[in-house]
Design a protein around this ligand. Structure first.
Ligand code: HEC
Ligand code: HEC
Ligand code: HEC
Ligand code: HEC
Ligand code: HEC
Ligand code: HEC
Ligand code: HEC
Length: 433
C-alpha cells in the first residue's frame, strides 16, 4: 500500500472514535456499549478536526498521481453488498441462493460533471465476468430451485431473469443496476476465488466509451460444520441441523427436504415474509447461537467467520481491517445482532457511529450507506467502495477500480477524474452543500 496523500498527514489527529479498551470475543457486547458512550472524552478531537475544512480549501486535493487518460465519460461500478453468501449444496435446505448485484453510474466529465440518466441511441451498459461464464455445473441450485421456491429457472438464469452477462437497467436517476447474477466463487477453470472480477462497459454500439472493473464478492464458505454434524459417518452438517431443529422445536424438517428456512422465518434479504409468530431469520440464527460460540476452535480469528465467509474469504477486507477494526467493533456481538429490538438488514452500523469530521456529513438519516449519496449527489460507494470493501482494501481486486482511474488506491480523491478542471472551491462532502 502506498502512503496516503498529504491530506491525511496534514489532518493531524484522527477524528475517529475508537475506544482503546475494546476487547475481542465474548466481551464485545459491553465493548459495543462503550462505543456508544465514548463521545464525551473525544470532544477535543472534534475541535482538532475543525482545522480540516481549511486544509481542504487550500488545494490539498490536487492529484497525487496523474489519472489514466480519460475520455468524455467515466463509469463506476460497485457491488451492492460487500459480500454475497450462497450455498453450494441445496439438496437439504436453502439459506441464500446464488444472487449477486452490481450498481453502476456514468458521468459525463466537465467543469460540472453530469450523470448519464438514460441509455438510448445505441448506448448500453454491459457486464460480463471474464473466465466465469456459467454456474449450473458448479452448484445444484438449478436442480432444487423448483422444489424450494415453486419456480424453475433455466440453467445460468438467476431469480430475476438475469444471466451471467447482460445489460444494466436504469433503476433511478443516474443509477443503473444489474440484479441477481447467479455467479459462484468457482471460475471456469475450477479455481475458487470469492472476489470475481467483472468488466463493466459503457458502449455506443461496438465502441467502448468508458469501462471499469468491479468485484463480485461471492462465497459459500458457511462453516456450520464446525459444530454441526458428527464425525460419525453419514451424519452431515446439514442433516444434523435439520434434526436439531426438529428435536428442539417440534418441526418435521427432516421429512420435508429441501427446506426453505425463510418460508417460516421472515428474511428481508429474500423479500420473504415468513410465518406469523415465528422469529425473523437473523434474530433466530444470532440469538440462538449467541451462547454457543464457546464451542468454536480457538484457531478461528473471528467468531463471525463461523457462519459468514470466512477464514479464507475474509469478507471484511477493507481499511478497517487494516486498522484492526473488526466485525464486533461495528456490529457488536452475537446478542446485539440477534436483539429483537433491531430490524435485520435495516438497523446497520453507521459511519457516523465513529467518524466525526467537521464539514463532512455521513449517511443521511434513514438511509443505508450502500444507498446514500454525498458530494454533488454522487453515491458514497463510488468514492469509498462497497460496505466491508471501503478502499483502500487488503484485497488487490477491490483496489483496482480507483487505482486504474486515479493512479492510486484508496478513496476517490482525485477531482479531475470527474471535473475537467481542478475545482477552486472547497470540496463539499455532503450532498446539499
Ligand atoms: C459454534 C458452533 C455452531 C456453529 C458454527 C453453528 N451452530 Fe447451529 N447449533 C449449535 C448448537 C450447540 C446447537 C444446539 C444443538 C442441540 O441442542 O442439540 C445448534 C442448533 C442449531 C439449530 C437448531 C435450532 C436452534 O434452536 O438453534 C439450527 C437450525 C442451527 N443450529 C443452524 C445452524 C446453521 C445454519 C449454521 C451455519 C450457518 C450453524 N447452525 C452454525 C452450534 C453451532
Ligand atoms: C416450518 C417452519 C420452519 C422452518 C421451515 C424452519 N423453521 Fe426454524 N423455527 C421454527 C419455529 C416454529 C421455531 C421456534 C419458534 C421461534 O423461534 O420463533 C424455530 C426456531 C429456530 C431457531 C431457534 C430460534 C431461537 O430463538 O431459539 C433457529 C436457529 C432456526 N429456527 C433456524 C432455522 C433454519 C436454519 C431453518 C432452515 C434450515 C429453519 N429454521 C426452518 C419454524 C421453522
Ligand atoms: C451461527 C451462524 C452465524 C454466526 C456465528 C453469525 N451469523 Fe450473521 N448471519 C447468519 C445468517 C444465516 C445470516 C443470513 C440471515 C438472512 O438471510 O437474513 C446472517 C446475517 C447477518 C447480518 C445481516 C442481517 C441483519 O440482521 O442485519 C448481519 C449484520 C450479521 N449477520 C452480522 C453478524 C456478526 C457481526 C456476527 C459475529 C458477531 C455474525 N453475524 C455471526 C448466521 C450467523
Ligand atoms: C467498519 C464497520 C464495519 C465492520 C468492521 C463490519 N461491518 Fe458489517 N456492516 C457495516 C455497515 C455500515 C453495514 C451496512 C452496509 C449497507 O449500507 O448495506 C454492514 C452490513 C453488514 C451485513 C448485511 C449485508 C450488507 O452488506 O448490508 C452483514 C451480513 C455484515 N455487515 C456482516 C459483517 C461481518 C460478518 C463482519 C466481520 C467479518 C462485518 N460485518 C464487519 C459495517 C461494518
Ligand atoms: C467502529 C468504528 C467505525 C465505523 C462504524 C466506521 N469506521 Fe471508518 N475508520 C475507523 C477507524 C478506527 C479507522 C482508522 C483510524 C483512522 O483513520 O484514524 C477508520 C478509517 C476509515 C477510512 C480511512 C481514511 C481515514 O480517514 O483514515 C475511511 C475512508 C473510512 N474509515 C470510512 C468509513 C465509512 C465509509 C464508514 C461507514 C460505512 C466507516 N468508516 C465506519 C472506525 C470506524
Ligand atoms: C466524490 C467523492 C466522495 C463521495 C461521493 C463521498 N465521499 Fe466520503 N470522503 C471523500 C474524501 C475525498 C474523503 C477524505 C478521505 C481522506 O481523508 O483520505 C472522505 C472521507 C470520508 C470519511 C472519513 C472521514 C474521516 O473521519 O476522516 C467517511 C466516513 C466518509 N467519507 C463517508 C462518506 C459517506 C457516508 C458518503 C455518502 C453520504 C460519502 N463519504 C461520500 C470522498 C467522497
Ligand atoms: C465521482 C465524480 C466526482 C469527483 C471525483 C469529484 N466531484 Fe465534484 N462534483 C461532482 C458532481 C456530479 C457534482 C455536481 C455537479 C452539478 O452541479 O450538477 C460536483 C460538484 C462539485 C462542486 C460544486 C460546484 C459545481 O461544479 O457544481 C465543487 C466545488 C466540487 N464538485 C469540487 C470537487 C473537488 C474539490 C473534488 C476533489 C476532491 C471533486 N469535486 C471530486 C462529481 C465529482
Amino acid at each position: 500500500m502506498e502512503p496516503r496523500s498529504e491530506t491525511l498527514a496534514e489532518r493531524g489527529d484522527s477524528p475517529v472514535r475508537l475506544p482503546s479498551a475494546w476487547s475481542s470475543g465474548h466481551e464485545q457486547r459491553s465493548g459495543w456499549t462503550r462505543l456508544k458512550q465514548a463521545a464525551p472524552s473525544l470532544v477535543s478531537v472534534g475541535v482538532l478536526a475543525s482545522i480540516v475544512p481549511a486544509v481542504l480549501g487550500l488545494g490539498a486535493w490536487s492529484a497525487t498521481s496523474v489519472p489514466r487518460e480519460l475520455g468524455e465519460y467515466v463509469v463506476f461500478a460497485q457491488n451492492d453488498l460487500g459480500m454475497h453468501c450462497m450455498q453450494r449444496d441445496y439438496s437439504r435446505f436453502l439459506i441464500l441462493p446464488p444472487y449477486n448485484s452490481v450498481n453502476a453510474w456514468v458521468y459525463r466529465r466537465g467543469e460540472s460533471p453530469q450523470p448519464v440518466t438514460e441509455l438510448q441511441g445505441g448506448r448500453s451498459l454491459t457486464i460480463h465476468v471474464p473466465g466465469n461464464t456459467r454456474s449450473s455445473d458448479k452448484t445444484n441450485w438449478w436442480r432444487h430451485a423448483e422444489s424450494l421456491l415453486g419456480q424453475a429457472f433455466e440453467p445460468e438464469i438467476g431469480l430475476t431473469g438475469n444471466g451471467m452477462s447482460g445489460e444494466f437497467e436504469l433503476a433511478a436517476r443516474g443509477l443503473f443496476e444489474y440484479v441477481g447474477m447467479p455467479i459462484t466463487p468457482l471460475d471456469d477453470a475450477d479455481r475458487v476465488n470469492p472476489y470475481q472480477l467483472a468488466t463493466v462497459e459503457f458502449r455506443q454500439g461496438d465502441d467502448i466509451l468508458a469501462s471499469t472493473q468491479a468485484v463480485l464478492p461471492v462465497s459459500w464458505e458457511l462453516r456450520c460444520d464446525l459444530c454441526h454434524g458428527d464425525p460419525a459417518p453419514g451424519l452431515n452438517a446439514e442433516l444434523d441441523i435439520l434434526r436439531d431443529h426438529d428435536r428442539l422445536h417440534g418441526t418435521t424438517l427432516e421429512a420435508s427436504q429441501p427446506v426453505f428456512c425463510a418460508g417460516c422465518h421472515a428474511d428481508p434479504a429474500l423479500g420473504a415474509a415468513g410465518q406469523p409468530g415465528v422469529s425473523a431469520f437473523s434474530h433466530a440464527m444470532h440469538g440462538a447461537h449467541a451462547d454457543r460460540l464457546v464451542d468454536l476452535p480457538m484457531t478461528l480469528a473471528n467468531e463471525c467467520y463461523a457462519c459468514h465467509p470466512g477464514e479464507r474469504a475474509q469478507c471484511q477486507r477493507d481499511v478497517h481491517q487494516m486498522n484492526q477494526v473488526n466485525c464486533n467493533d461495528c456490529h457488536g456481538g452475537m446478542a446485539d445482532v440477534g436483539d429483537e429490538a433491531r430490524t435485520p438488514w435495516i438497523d446497520e452500523p453507521r459511519c457516523a457511529d465513529c467518524h466525526e469530521r467537521q464539514g463532512f456529513e455521513f449517511e443521511p438519516a434513514g438511509v443505508l450507506f450502500r444507498n446514500a449519496r454525498g458530494h454533488g449527489g454522487v453515491a458514497c460507494v463510488v468514492c469509498h467502495g462497497s460496505p466491508h470493501a471501503i478502499t483502500p482494501t487488503v484485497t488487490e481486486a477491490d483496489n483496482l477500480q480507483h487505482l486504474s482511474i486515479q493512479g492510486h488506491a484508496g478513496t476517490l480523491d482525485t477531482c479531475t477524474v470527474c471535473h475537467i478542471q481542478q475545482p477552486t472551491d472547497p470540496f463539499p462532502h455532503r450532498r446539499d452543500d
